[in-house]
Design a protein around this ligand. Structure first.
Ligand code: SF4
Length: 331
């Protein structure tokens, strides 16, 4: 399938059927921690990147292919910012007509200042926007947005949506060591959150390979500080591990590409996620993908992560695998 993936395990959304409405790495932000690499170029235009009817047909097929209980949520998420698709509201409405499953949208929230986007998202059962900074300078440093998407607009959109929206409003804070995990930064974020009044605050960690090599995971002190300062509604969300439903994929190469397009992973994680295939088959497929230049390896946190070749990571982080690394990844 081209637009629909999973269900994939999610800590917050159980087994989540993903709908990807936009081409790889289409985003109006260029976050330093983005697991999909850099946003080149930044994209600002809301339009019909893929025909909405084609996306809906795949959703219909995926829902028909799964038994009750196999999917917990239908989630608009994927290769960038889903609100860039101008048919998002229509798609949410259609999915809700097709099924009783709750619908979530994972968004950066940058377009929530637009009344039409708020109206479209109001149909969803849960909306999960981001707030990684408590001031404009840090917002520009972490999220590197399209210039017109100012911090004031982000806050204005989050507050306006909160007042109008009756579903679950869960704000995500990506915690990056040395960037936003100090007492001063967290206190500023907490003050903003007091005005936004989300139902929950999810503290995320950049465990997948960040776009920039200097991004670091917070340490235990940083996590404890965030928990203490962001209040009772805050919880740390560790990434869920588990098997991905890849029943729609015919072979292991296709299955790997489907995963790493949206979730770059280490080889060990891939082997666990692809439980349907033997580790040797996964290893062979990765070799083929690398040789045919459809996949690449990014070095982060002393590990190797597989991602699609089109993902933009700094060149110096993409050196070919050495013989030693080749041996150790097969152990
Ligand atoms: S993390 Fe999300 S909002 Fe940030 S650049 Fe990546 S896709 Fe865009």
């Amino acid at each position: 399938m081209k637009y629909v993936f999973g269900p994939v395990p999610s800590r917050r959304l159980g087994q989540s059927l993903g709908i990807d409405t936009i081409p790889p790495k289409t985003c109006n932000w260029n976050c330093v921690y983005c697991q999909l690499g850099r946003s080149v170029p930044l994209v600002h235009e809301r339009r019909e990147y893929y025909p909405r009817q084609d996306i809906l047909l795949e959703v219909e097929q995926a829902l028909a292919d799964h038994r009750p209980g196999e999917i917990d949520w239908v989630t608009f998420v994927g290769s960038g910012e889903p609100t860039l698709h101008s048919g998002l509201g229509w798609l949410i409405r259609q999915v809700k007509e097709l099924s009783d499953l709750p619908v979530a949208v994972i968004t950066n929230g940058a377009f929530l200042y637009l009344p039409e986007v708020r109206l479209e998202l109001s149909l969803a059962d849960a909306v999960l926007p981001s707030l990684d900074a408590g001031n404009a300078r840090l917002y520009r440093k972490i999220n590197r947005p399209w210039p017109e998407l100012t911090f004031e607009r982000l806050l204005q959109g989050l507050q306006a949506f909160r007042q109008e929206y009756h579903g679950k409003f869960w704000v995500e804070v990506m915690l990056v060591k040395g960037l936003n995990d100090s007492e001063a930064c967290l206190t500023e974020i907490a003050r903003r959150l007091e005005r936004i009044q989300p139902d929950q605050v999810h503290i995320n960690l950049p465990t997948r390979p960040p776009a920039e090599a200097w991004v670091q995971l917070p340490d235990q002190d940083g996590l404890l500080r965030a928990m203490g300062i962001l209040g009772d509604v805050a919880e740390v969300v560790h990434p869920a591990e588990g098997e991905f439903d890849l029943s729609g994929d015919e072979n292991v190469v296709e299955a790997i590409l489907n995963i790493i397009t949206r979730h770059p992973m280490s080889q060990e994680q891939l082997v666990r996620a692809l439980g349907r295939w033997q580790p040797e088959a996964v290893d062979q497929a990765l070799g083929e993908l690398e040789a045919s230049r459809r996949a690449q390896v990014v070095r982060r946190y002393g590990s190797l992560f597989w991602t699609v070749r089109t993902a933009r990571f700094p060149e110096e982080n993409l050196k070919p695998i050495t013989n030693d690394e080749q041996r150790s990844r097969r152990l």
